[in-house]
Every structure is written in C-alpha cells, then in structure tokens.
Design a protein around this ligand. Sequence first.
Ligand code: IPD
Ligand code: CA
Ligand code: CA
Ligand code: CA
Length: 269
Amino acid sequence: MNTVELDKIFDQAKSWVLEAGETIRTKINDPLTINTKSNPNDLVTEMDKETELFFAKKIKDTYPDHLILSEEGFGDDIDSLNGTVWIIDPIDGTMNFVHQKRNFAISIGIYQDGVGEIGLIYNVIEDVLYSAIRNKGAYKNEEKLPLLSESVKIEEAILGLNHFWLCENRLVREQTMQQLVRKVRGTRTYGSAALEFAYVAEGIMDGYLTMRLSPWDIAAGVVIVNEVGGTTTDINGDELNMIKNNSVFTCNPRVQHIIIDDYLRKGRK
Ligand code: IPD
Ligand code: CA
Ligand code: CA
Ligand code: CA
C-alpha cells in the first residue's frame, strides 16, 4: 500500500474513531447492560459490542477486502496477519468504563502483512487522540510527540504494572518484582493497556509491563510507541506474536535491558 492510500485510510479511521467516541460520550449516563465473560470481573457491555459493530460495518462497507481482528466477536476468524488487518478494541478498560465512566479508550491498529502501519488510541472522555503512521511520528491530538528521553535512569523511572505482579504468579518471583518496585521511582496502574501504551509514548511513564494481553490491547500502542523510539517485546525481550496472547513489556530502550536482565529474566520461574 502506498503512502497516499495509507494517509486516506488513516483519515477515515480517525473520523470513525472520533464519531464512535462522540456516541459513547452522549450515552455515557444511560443505564448499562453489563455481562461477564470468562470470570465475574471480565466485563462486557452493550456499548463494547455496539462500538465494535459500528467499526466492523464501516470497514466492511468501505474496504471489503480488509480483515478485522477484534475482541467482541464481530471480526473475522483469522490465523495470520496477511493483507490489511484492522485490530480493534472497541473499549479498552471496560471495568473503568463501567465503574468510573472514564479512563478507557478506543484502540485501533492497522497492520499490512504483519507490519503495524497505523495506530489510534482515543481517550474518549478526555477527547485526546494518540495516533501514528509508521515512519511519520506520533501525535497527541495535533501535537507531535518528542522522541523518548535518552537520559532516563532506572532509579528515576515510572513503571506501569498492576498489583498481580506482587501476588503469587506463574511468571516472575514476587520478591524480584518487589525489588523492582522499590528500585524505580514510582509505579502506576491505570486499567487500560491502550492508555498505558499511550502514556509510555508520551513519556509520562517509562515502561508498562503486563502478564498477558491480546492483540487488540496492544496493536495500536505498539505502532505509537515505536514512533517515539520505544520498544515493545514480551517480558523475556522476545518479539511479540501479534495474533496470539503475549506477556508484554513496552519501554524506553534506555531502561529496557536492565529491567529485563536484572529483574524479569533473573526472577523468571
Ligand atoms: C483490559 C485492559 C486492562 C488489562 C486487561 C485487558 P478490556 O482490556 O486493557 O488494563 O489489564 O488485561 O483485558 O477487557 O477492558 O478491553
Ligand atoms: Ca474485555
Ligand atoms: Ca482490551
Ligand atoms: Ca475491550
């Protein structure tokens, strides 16, 4: 796909994301139909489904040959990223959406033969859109984001991670994770993987670390973080498989190796 075509797809995707966000904002105080999926804390609402359906219809009408990989079941059944694939999380941070009515995002990554070309993460309530086209830099609304700091040290880093890392878990020894939490300047947990990627891209967090995410949680974030010089791997430092679930570590490269070598690998179970 040439850059003119990509720019057009970007503009189209952006206008749909803004439109879907506007719909969510106007309905934000309507009563919610909430269901659970894999466990009582795994929530889904009608709004998650309606939003995904909105994108699926628009995409299929406009680009019948494009494919969709998405969370709520309106996408295609795909087992490779061949062709143009829209990887969609209609609401990332559903628990926040339900309980807080804020701190959630629409996340869309558009991949061409496995390469992330476009990323869009829309913080709906704050009306802030993080976006990127590969090799063209990343933006927060109209403002270009600077490259990540080259001078950050681990002692001054802020890391995004949730508290399950400090509970008994199958991946890394809790004691090692406690040492990491004490080593860094601070930790944060926001409850939306997409927003946490966006904050790493913005440089207001230096890394974000998670045990298991799906492609739609990270597809947009990977593209956006890349554009500011950040790097995303699994927690062993290995390449992600974008059609499977992965542990995920997105980070400023200045502190990536030390966190992987001295903590995540050293404490690996
Ligand atoms: C979830 C959020 C959350 C992360 C979960 C995801 P959802 O996505 O990104 O921050 O910890 O693993 O499943 O279900 O709200 O789209
Ligand atoms: Ca979900
Ligand atoms: Ca998600
Ligand atoms: Ca979701």
